[in-house]
Structures are given as structure tokens and as C-alpha cells.
Design a binder for this molecule. Structure first.
Ligand SMILES: *Cc1c(COP(=O)(O)O)cnc(C)c1O
Length: 353
């Protein structure tokens, strides 16, 4: 605390991102990055961008990305918003669309940035408990609200809802915006982007950080009704007109154009995940069914924090949340086959002690 701080800053409880260790040689399975590098076409696009034109501002509206996303998801460019990582898209969404008198609803266990944005913008919220099997039950959200947000598939549980269920919920919830954070949708769930034309209050948010291997480039986007996108543009243009630099714009367009590479890497991760789940189950772990590039798991006989520490001593980092209901779980990113084999070998050894 410092006496010059505003009361808002005094009250903030900032998000704590997973560790980005400065030492090399660690097997890093803690922040759900893609174990494979970006498409070679992305790398070439970035090289091509390193030229004299860097003295000029980038396109403030990232129109090439909007067009590429629109083509991919069969929507109009006016139905697309682009931001500096989906975290920035989320931040603008909270301010522009979820900031109302009635409380915002989200699951008790979900992306832990949501309550942080509520703190930043002073938005009242209510946490809706997941079911006993850690699922979202949308019937629990049919109550007066100033907005609804959840991740689909949810994080850190890894489980998703079918789009049909989301559609049925949207038919009942027409007075507030429903935001679906699809950060992991490409790893085995169903995108709700097809519903955008039917529901003017639906906003889908996706990121290039996970399935497109571009966490370091910081690009996310939203798809929704033009009216919602206009609200996001108003906030963006009141905050930072140039959120994406020239590299981010060119790299993202190249990534969205290389769907062969995208398909190849995402399928590889899904295959590796399925093998990892079987290996962990053989070691006695309970693993929630995952549609993501991570798994959420607990061992009935071992404390999760101790397991995380023992893995760390073997140079493997995973994520442990000290949070009610899930403090005996570990969230483990699906790495390469080799990394996952090392993880399983380390756990085998730890469980023997
Ligand atoms: C990783 C993640 C994000 C943030 O992604 P960025 O685009 O890297 O900011 C948003 N939501 C969820 C649920 C995530 O896991």
C-alpha cells in the first residue's frame, strides 16, 4: 500500500498468472501453452514484417484479422472484434457489456480472471456452484442477472457443454449478454459461433494462444452481433487505438490461413492427451474427461500440493490451485509425447516413495 493509491487500486486482488520460469530445461506443463511452435508460415510472415514500415502505426482495427476470422467462422467482419490477447477482449467485454445493476453470474470454479475484472470495474457478481461432478448446469443460471460468462470447455475442469444446451439456455436468457470463453474449444469441444446469427446477446471469445501456438504474440478475438462488437470498439477506442502491432496482425493472418498445420498439431495433442489419461488412470489417478489441451486430475491417496512439489523437484511444473473444492487436483498441460512420458515416469517414481 502507498498513500497515493486510489481506492480502486487498494481494493484490487490481481490475477496471478502461472509461473514463467527464467531457468531453462524445465518441462513446463503449467500454463496450457502449445508444445508445438507456430506454423512456419507464421514465422515467415513475422520476418517479412520486419522492415521500414515499422515506423508507421499498424491498422487500428486489425481489419485483415477481422476478415480472416469472418471467413473462417462464416460471419461478417462487422461481427468480429480483435484484441491484445483474449484477456484484453475479456476486459473490454466486462466493462462494455457485463457492467450492470444485477449481478454477473459465473461458475464457482472457472477462469480465475473473471472475478478480477469484476474487482477492477466494480461489477457485482454471484458464483454459481458447479455440480458435484464439476459440470456447469445452465438451469442454475436462469435467474435475474446482469450477464452470464463461462468458459466452454470450462477451465480448469476441462469439460464442455454441447451447443444444443447453450442454445436452449439462450432461448430463455434474452435480457442480458451471455459470454462464452472458448479458449480451448479446438481441442475437442463444439464452438457456439453458429448461434451468433440467432442471438443478438451472444458473444464468443477465442484466443490464438492455445490451439494456434501463439501465446507470445498476444491475440484474441470475439464474435457476436454487430451491436455488441460496436460496444467493444467504443471501449477499445477509448483505451488504446492500436492494441495489435504489425507483427501480431501479420502473424495472426498467416496462422488463420494455415489450417493444415493447425489440424495436424491439434490432432496430435488430442492423441497425446488420450494416452496420458490412460497412463495416469493406470497409476490410480482420477482424471476428469478433458476436451482441452490440459487434464484435471487427483490421486485418492496423495496430497496435490505435495505431488506438485515432488514434480517440481524433478524439473516438471504443473498448476495447483489453492481453492476450495479443487485443492486436491492438479491441472497438467498436455505436452509432447516425450514430455508426457517423462511426467508419467516421474509420477510413477513419486508414488513408489
Ligand atoms: C488462456 C485463457 C485465456 C487467455 O488467453 P490469452 O488470449 O492468452 O489472453 C482466456 N480464457 C481462458 C479460459 C484461458 O484459459
Amino acid at each position: 500500500m502507498n498513500r497515493y493509491w486510489s481506492s480502486v487500486v487498494r481494493g484490487l486482488e490481481p490475477y496471478v498468472p502461472g509461473e514463467q520460469p527464467k531457468i531453462s530445461g524445465l518441462i513446463k506443463l503449467n500454463t496450457n501453452e502449445n508444445p508445438y511452435g507456430p506454423s512456419p508460415r507464421v514465422l515467415q510472415a513475422l520476418v517479412d514484417e520486419a522492415k521500414d514500415t515499422l515506423r508507421l502505426y499498424p491498422d487500428p482495427n486489425s481489419d485483415r484479422i477481422r476478415a480472416a476470422v469472418a471467413a473462417q467462422y462464416h460471419v461478417r467482419p462487422q461481427q468480429v472484434f480483435v484484441g491484445n490477447g483474449s484477456d484484453e477482449v475479456l476486459a473490454h467485454t466486462f466493462l462494455a457489456l457485463l457492467n450492470h445493476e444485477l449481478p454477473l453470474l459465473f461458475p464457482d470454479i472457472t477462469y480465475s480472471f473473471y472475478p478480477v475484472y469484476c474487482g477492477l470495474y466494480q461489477i457485482g457478481f454471484r458464483r454459481i456452484p458447479l455440480t458435484a461432478t464439476f459440470q456447469i448446469n445452465l438451469d442454475d443460471y436462469t435467474q435475474p442477472n446482469g450477464g452470464v460468462i463461462f468458459a466452454n470447455p470450462n477451465a480448469p475442469t476441462g469439460m464442455g457443454l454441447p451447443v444444443s444446451e447453450i442454445g436452449r439456455f439462450l432461448e430463455r436468457n434474452t435480457d442480458s449478454v451471455v459470454v462464452i470463453d472458448e479458449a480451448y474449444v479446438d481441442f475437442g469441444a463444439e464452438t457456439a459461433t453458429g448461434l451468433v446469427g440467432r442471438f443478438p446477446n451472444l458473444l464468443i471469445i477465442q484466443t490464438l494462444s492455445k490451439s494456434r501456438s501463439l501465446a507470445g504474440l498476444r491475440v484474441g478475438f470475439a464474435i457476436g452481433d454487430e451491436g455488441l462488437i460496436e460496444a467493444l470498439d467504443r471501449v477499445k477506442n477509448s483505451f488504446n487505438s492500436y492494441p495489435l502491432d504489425r507483427f501480431a496482425i501479420s502473424g495472426t493472418v498467416a496462422a488463420l490461413e494455415d489450417n493444415d498445420y493447425f489440424e495436424k498439431t491439434r490432432r496430435k495433442i488430442i492423441t497425446t492427451r488420450d494416452v496420458l489419461v490412460e497412463d495416469l488412470q493406470r497409476l490410480g489417478f482420477e482424471v476428469l474427461p478433458s476436451q482441452c489441451n490440459f487434464i484435471f486430475t487427483r490421486h485418492p491417496a496423495r496430497d496435490a500440493a505435495e505431488l506438485a512439489l515432488a514434480l517440481r523437484q524433478r524439473s516438471i511444473i504443473v498448476r495447483h490451485f489453492r481453492q476450495e473444492r479443487i485443492d486436491q487436483f492438479l491441472r497438467i498441460t498436455v505436452g509432447t509425447d516425450e514430455e508426457c512420458a517423462k511426467l508419467v515416469a516421474a509420477l510413477t517414481e513419486i508414488l513408489r516413495d
